[in-house]
Design a protein around this ligand. Structure first.
Ligand code: ZN
Length: 247
């Protein structure tokens, strides 16, 4: 089974369609998504509906889905994130709001192959940014592979008796990793809709559970179109600017 691994779509239809098109050419069987379908971008309904249209997708909620869905107040959000969350909530159809509210919280096991978490397997709102965060997060799931999101930065942490904790931050537009037996992994494929690693291209991964091969990809998309929609919706200019920077 080949899985298309997606995270942090953030209401960016242009990025999501580019990723789905690129991934379809490469081939996959099932989608797994670590949440934040909405927030920041201008097309929450289109993105939610596209995810809902994906056959048998495994999807968990992100912190933005939780706030836009009305399950949490968002008082912990910064000013721009809070403003975007309120705009998103008012823009979403009641059907799509119900869908966001119904999404399970991670960690979620998928087909006995791997786990999904938004922030960390222990706390959906917390970040895995450094070795300390990663070591703690490895306590949050059994078995050897968990995909996470939230930081919007492609990151591979591995943990084994032989090598201890190792961090890899892939920077190329294509990177391949053969998962080794006896090694545990925490992997962030990066963000589809709002990359923050100074590479503005949309990020995603494909994981082949049969061969245990992981491929990380970056794909260009129509950033200007996404920016125009953000400005037309009167969302903060900053949210359009950062797409160009990948920051
Ligand atoms: Zn996010």
């Amino acid at each position: 089974m080949k899985y298309l691994i997606l995270s942090d779509l953030h209401s960016n239809t242009e990025a999501l369609e580019a990723v789905l098109g690129d991934a379809r050419r490469r081939g996959f069987d099932r989608v797994a998504c670590m949440g934040d379908l909405v927030g920041y971008g201008a097309e929450p309904n289109a993105v939610v509906e596209r995810v809902r249209s994906l056959d048998d997708a495994a999807v968990i909620r992100g912190n933005h889905d939780k706030v836009a869905g009305g399950l949490e107040s968002g008082e912990q959000f910064n000013f721009v994130a809070g403003l975007a969350a309120r705009w998103t909530q008012s823009a979403l159809s009641s059907d799509n709001l119900s869908y966001l509210r119904s999404l399970p919280r991670g960690p979620l096991a998928v087909d006995g192959s791997f786990w999904l978490a938004h922030g960390t397997p222990l706390d959906e709102d917390a970040y895995i940014l450094n070795d300390f965060d990663a070591l703690e997060a490895f306590n949050g799931f059994p078995e050897d592979l968990c995909f996470f999101g939230h930081s919007h930065i492609p990151t591979i942490f591995s943990l084994s008796d032989d090598e201890g904790l190792v961090l890899q931050a892939p920077v190329a537009d294509e990177a391949r990793l053969a998962l080794k037996p006896g090694v545990r992994y925490l992997i962030n494929p990066g963000s589809v809709g709002q990359p923050r690693d100074r590479n503005p291209k949309a990020a995603y991964a494909v994981y082949d559970a049969a061969t245990r091969m992981l491929d990380l990809y970056r794909v260009g998309y129509d950033i200007e179109a996404a920016q125009r929609k953000i400005l037309a919706a009167n969302l903060p200019h900053f949210l359009a600017d950062r797409l160009r920077l990948g920051a």
